[in-house]
Design a protein around this ligand. Structure first.
Ligand code: G3H
Ligand code: 13P
Ligand code: ZN
Length: 328
């Protein structure tokens, strides 16, 4: 059944668990997530970026959600717009059956330039008003995603801010967070605490200097009833890096967000945990393995099936680690 982000995260807060939000672009990713969820009885958040919507098409994506809802009637499914950049993106997502949207007003509509606070409040509030009229939920973001470590976390493909950002912009100000939630009435708040999108988050295993978990604790202590969202939460597991590189891939050694830090976040109000890179890597490592191991293979299913299975296993692991398993 379809569920809104607010309904799901209220339940997660009441029962003290977190929900991974996996990005989808195609049928295989949707099937992988639902297979995993159904194996462990976990509720699901699937999210589509603007890039995913233009890749698959809104009609295809909305029919996929319908199909998955029908195939897995016992699993609550929230379909969410990831990083909406303006009102039109958010409202057209809702029109296509999304039950939740992110209005990312931390960046201007070009999705690259940091926006000022008043712009963020105003555009987020407009989207909240419109979404709430029709029963959809809204995630806002305060603070700009990006690495606190110079040299790591360089912006990739339009999803990071341009140019050097000050330490202040990269960490959500807890006092401002209190004001932002009151002014916008968002259902969930994404915060910046040193994570960035993509595989290259940290050049060493992160400690408190470059992964500012204390920001989450501080915000949660001031806003105990607000659902927090962690972006850039892929762990970039060593085993996946090794598998990718063992079949001809060239991924320089990198570190993501350790699962134990996410679990600590979940103890301090983090309810939605965004993961895309780990799923991509799990799938692509299998493409590489099949391509190099079976050089005459040309049936796409022989690539896609192991890729789907690898993503399913990763999703299942996160459902278990975040306490989502058993909550459907
Ligand atoms: O926000 C970042 C997500 O990983 C989506 O990435 O825009 O390449 O689909 P994408
Ligand atoms: P990762 O790149 O760490 O998977 O983050 C995804 C994300 O935050 C999508 O909004
Ligand atoms: Zn994100």
């Amino acid at each position: 059944a379809r569920i809104t982000l607010r309904q799901l995260l209220d339940h997660a807060a009441e029962h003290g668990y977190g929900v991974p939000a996996f990005n989808i672009n195609n049928m295989e990713q949707g099937l992988a997530i639902l297979e995993a969820a159904s194996a462990v009885d976990a509720p699901v958040i699937m999210q589509a970026s603007r890039g995913a919507r233009s890749y698959a098409g809104d009609i295809m994506l909305s029919r996929m959600i319908e199909a998955l809802t029908e195939m897995y009637p016992a699993i609550p499914i929230c379909m969410h717009q990831d990083h909406g950049n303006n009102e039109a993106t958010c409202l057209s997502a809702i029109q296509h059956g999304f039950t939740s949207v992110m209005m990312d007003g931390s960046l201007k509509a070009d999705a690259r330039t940091p926006a000022d606070y008043d712009y963020n409040v105003a555009i987020t509030r407009r989207v909240v008003d419109a979404a709430h009229w029709v029963g959809a939920s809204v995630e806002g973001e305060l603070g700009v995603l990006g690495s606190l470590e110079s040299g790591a976390g360089e912006p990739e493909d339009g999803h990071g801010a341009e140019g050097a950002l000050s330490h202040d912009q990269l960490l959500t100000d807890p006092a401002q967070a209190v004001d932002f939630v009151a002014a916008t009435r968002v259902d969930a708040l994404a915060i910046a605490m040193g994570t960035s999108h993509g595989a290259y988050k940290f050049s060493r295993k992160p400690d408190g200097d470059i992964l500012a978990m204390h920001v989450i604790e501080e915000i949660h202590s001031r806003l105990p009833n607000v659902h927090l969202v962690m972006h850039g939460s892929s762990s970039v597991p060593q085993a996946l890096q090794d598998l990718f590189n063992a079949s001809g891939g060239e991924m320089p050694q990198t570190w993501g967000v350790p699962v134990e830090e996410i679990v600590r976040g979940i103890r301090h109000g983090v309810r939605k945990v965004n993961i895309d890179t780990d799923c991509r890597l799990a799938m692509t490592a299998q493409f590489r393995r099949v391509a190099t191991g079976s050089v005459s293979e040309f049936d796409p299913r022989k690539f896609l099936k192991p890729a789907m299975d690898a993503m399913r296993d990763l999703c299942r692991e996160r459902f278990e680690q975040f306490g989502t398993a058993g909550q459907a």
